[in-house]
Design a protein around this ligand. Structure first.
Ligand code: TYD
Ligand code: MG
Length: 455
């Protein structure tokens, strides 16, 4: 019988090879390949089939379960993104670009949770305690009962946490942590994975909640393997454009609440302040209606959010015209240009197209399709949309318009902010309310004809 050969498996992409190497040929990650013995051999060489395991107790799905107890910190934007507050024993990863404000936000959250009665420990591997105290003074948080430490040795941190048993421990950042039983440098894939595993296990074992900061690399990847995202209960992304003061906290995974929920903050000299009415903020710099500018009535998680889309279309000096997008999906833009071209006969060949979501916001809803098309047409025809108009709707490849969810919510928000007209797809549940004129369009061609008088 052939001897089972040892398999070497990349811990990042799961590709298997027969030989160890320093770099995975499939995904290009370094130091991710480890040996995994086939199960039939087992780590001790015994087969699994011979000895019996212990029978685990099975329970009913219908057994009543109380919702998890939660602690709200009082920063509403933060609590909502967590799903209504912090759940004991939960592990939360806060990821974002360096310098975006993760440490600032978590220090503010630490103070808020401490003031709400939790025992909070803040451990930094990046900044000295004196530096953190200075920041706390600047943020007016110096009186909050938060315990500080500067440490990177994971073993010491776990012992400290085990002795103090905080309700919440903040680890800034997971990339600086160092487990002495893992033979690689801090920040490497194995170190990050080991540290995240130890901390998550600690949270599950003791009931403490852990919040870890994770830096994102230039390519937009969480430095370290995606596997950290699988380990934790909640993954929050803290995003924003450098030049803008708005910051958006987005939940992309949450075992204890809805995902796609966002919290909006503004970076000020005194730290991050909550923005309770983000639509007003994203539209605040809007002047007179201009060609190429369209207001999209969007929804992020449970809240409606109006954002301005801006397009610029100009003759291209290049043989390959430019397609440049900020805050929206590039391939979705290509699709909309193709639909405009082949279903409505409006060519964009030989034209450079730029699309921008104002305020550093990122839109991912297909419901923005119609607003994008409107902005592109408005820029191309050099004609502004009627003032006080919002637009939303999904465009299908056939050129027809499909109704989108939460139309009622979108219209209400638009009305609240002083808009009086809406352009939306036919069908769907939205009903007209007083003071809001609805133009319902069956397809893109009708839209082009009625709004721009062209075809
Ligand atoms: P920081 O929280 O250190 O970012 P991260 O932990 O994500 O790397 O914040 C970095 C930036 O925030 C820094 O460039 C300065 C700015 N900032 C303010 O504008 N106002 C403030 O009150 C604070 C504390 C920071
Ligand atoms: Mg930091």
């Amino acid at each position: 019988m052939a001897k089972a050969t040892a398999r070497f498996v990349c811990q990042s992409c799961a590709a298997a090879t027969t030989k160890w190497s320093g770099r995975c040929e499939t995904c290009g990650e370094w130091n991710t390949i480890t040996e995994e013995k086939p199960l039939s051999q087992g780590p001790s060489g015994k087969t699994l089939g011979k000895s019996r395991g212990r029978a685990v107790a099975l329970t009913d799905l219908s057994a009543k379960e109380a919702p998890p107890p939660r602690t709200a910190c009082g920063m509403d934007e933060f609590d909502r993104v967590l799903g209504g507050g912090l759940v004991p024993s939960s592990a939360v990863l806060m990821a974002g670009d360096p310098g975006i404000g993760k440490s600032t936000l978590l220090l503010q959250a630490a103070a808020a949770f401490a003031n709400a009665g939790l025992k909070v420990v803040y451990i930094s591997g990046e900044e000295a305690s004196a530096q953190i105290r200075l920041r706390a003074q600047r943020l007016n948080l110096a009186e909050a009962p938060v315990k500080l430490a500067t440490e990177t040795n994971l073993r010491d941190i776990l012992t400290t946490l085990d002795e103090t048993r905080p309700d919440l421990a903040i680890i800034d950042s997971i990339q600086t942590m160092w487990a002495d039983n893992v033979d690689s440098t801090p920040g490497s894939v194995s170190q990050v994975r080991a540290a995240a595993h130890e901390l998550t296990t600690f949270a599950k074992r003791t009931g403490s909640s852990i919040m870890m900061v994770g830096h994102v690399t230039k390519e937009g990847q969480l430095a370290g393997p995606r596997v950290v995202e699988h380990m934790v209960d909640t993954v929050l992304y803290f995003e924003g454009e450098r030049g803008h003061q708005f910051r958006i906290l987005r939940s992309v995974k949450n075992r204890f609440g809805p995902t796609d929920e966002i919290g909006v903050f503004e970076m000020t000299g005194g730290g991050l302040s909550e923005v309770a009415n983000p639509s007003a903020l994203f539209l605040s710099e809007r002047g007179q209606p201009a060609p190429g500018s369209v207001v999209f009535a969007g929804v992020e998680g449970t809240r409606p959010l109006l954002v301005e889309l801006q397009a610029l279309v100009s003759p291209s000096p290049h043989s390959q015209p430019r397609r440049s997008v900020v805050g929206w999906d590039g391939s979705r833009l290509a699709m909309i240009l193709a639909v405009l071209e082949s279903r409505c006969g409006i060519p964009f060949a030989g034209l450079d197209v730029y699309l921008n979501v104002a305020g550093g916001m990122r839109v991912s809803e297909p419901a923005a399709d119609l607003a994008v098309a409107a902005a592109l047409l408005s820029a191309r025809e050099d004609a502004a949309l009627p003032p006080d108009t919002v637009v939303f709707g999904e465009i299908s490849l056939s050129g027809s318009l499909r109704p989108v969810g939460q139309s009622e919510n979108r219209l209400k928000e638009a009305q609240k902010l002083g808009f009086s007209k809406a352009i939306l797809p036919q069908g769907g549940k939205a009903t007209a309310s007083d003071g809001m004129a609805l133009s319902r369009m069956p397809d893109l061609t009708t839209f082009v004809g009625e709004v721009f008088g062209a075809g």
